[in-house]
Design a protein around this ligand. Structure first.
Ligand code: E4P
Length: 237
């Protein structure tokens, strides 16, 4: 399963890239709103310098022409830009037009398998069911991931299922087991995946035992040296 970071924070993306676990990035207007000092285009250009994987840039227009205009401009920023288009009647038409133009798309805000199926038919390269937002309203978001993975497999559809709106490490494990091709997660959840209390205490314990063993060896060596020196100064030695 590919791991995308769901953020517009450049520093977080740099860190994940250094860890060697970053396959791409998804952004959205809400994530961009948390950044400051750069335009959305500047953020996207910078992100595309850090990763050569797909970088989703979301359109905000609600009409087809507006979506096409915004998406074409994003696509010119870098070869790895994927235009993120919301699920809607207009969105489907825009996705289909982008596909004809060879521009890759990520259909976002998917909450049912039927929406995902339509997005795939229209030509989206990524289809993004929102797991966390479904869980928030007491529906099992992971069901949509499982169903869509089955649907694209059974019908040999090229679109990849991207588990989005990931809220915790358990979602990541479940998405991987469900066969999601990609999961996009906030940096905080990526950090949570790294850490475990037993790992932390294990590292501390190994370090303490190592220091203890070195000190014991040093004092043994010191004792042996002073015994040898004492023996050498004995009369008749
Ligand atoms: C995906 O591409 C979206 O940006 C994201 O996963 C939404 O997550 P949220 O429901 O936590 O806002």
């Amino acid at each position: 399963m590919k791991i995308f970071l769901d953020t517009a924070d450049i520093e977080e993306i740099r860190i994940a890239a250094r860890w060697g676990v970053l396959d791409g990035v998804t952004t959205n207007p809400s994530l961009f709103a948390k950044t400051s000092g750069m335009t959305y285009e500047q953020v996207l250009t910078e992100v595309c310098k850090i990763t050569s994987g797909p970088v989703s840039a979301e359109v905000v227009a609600d009409d087809v022409d507006g979506m096409l205009r915004e998406g074409r401009a994003f696509a010119k920023l870098a070869p790895n830009i994927v235009v993120k288009v919301p699920m809607s009647e207009e969105g489907l038409e825009a996705i289909s037009r982008f596909a004809d133009e060879g521009i890759k798309t990520n259909c976002t805000l998917i909450f049912t398998s039927n929406q995902g199926l339509l997005a795939a038919k229209a030509g989206a390269s990524l289809i993004s069911p929102f797991v966390g937002r479904l869980d928030d309203i007491n529906q099992d978001g992971m069901i949509v991931i499982r169903e869509l993975v089955d649907i694209v497999t059974i019908h040999d559809i090229e679109s990849e299922v991207l588990a989005a709106s990931i809220r915790n490490p358990l979602h990541m494990t479940q998405a991987a087991l469900a066969g999601a091709h990609v999961a996009t997660l906030p940096f905080k959840v990526l950090q949570q995946m790294v850490h475990h209390p037993l790992t932390t205490t294990g590292i501390v314990q190994f370090r303490a035992d190592w220091d203890k063993a070195r000190k014991a060896l040093e004092s043994q060596n010191g004792k042996a040296k002073s015994e040898a020196a004492a023996a050498a100064t004995k009369p008749g030695a």
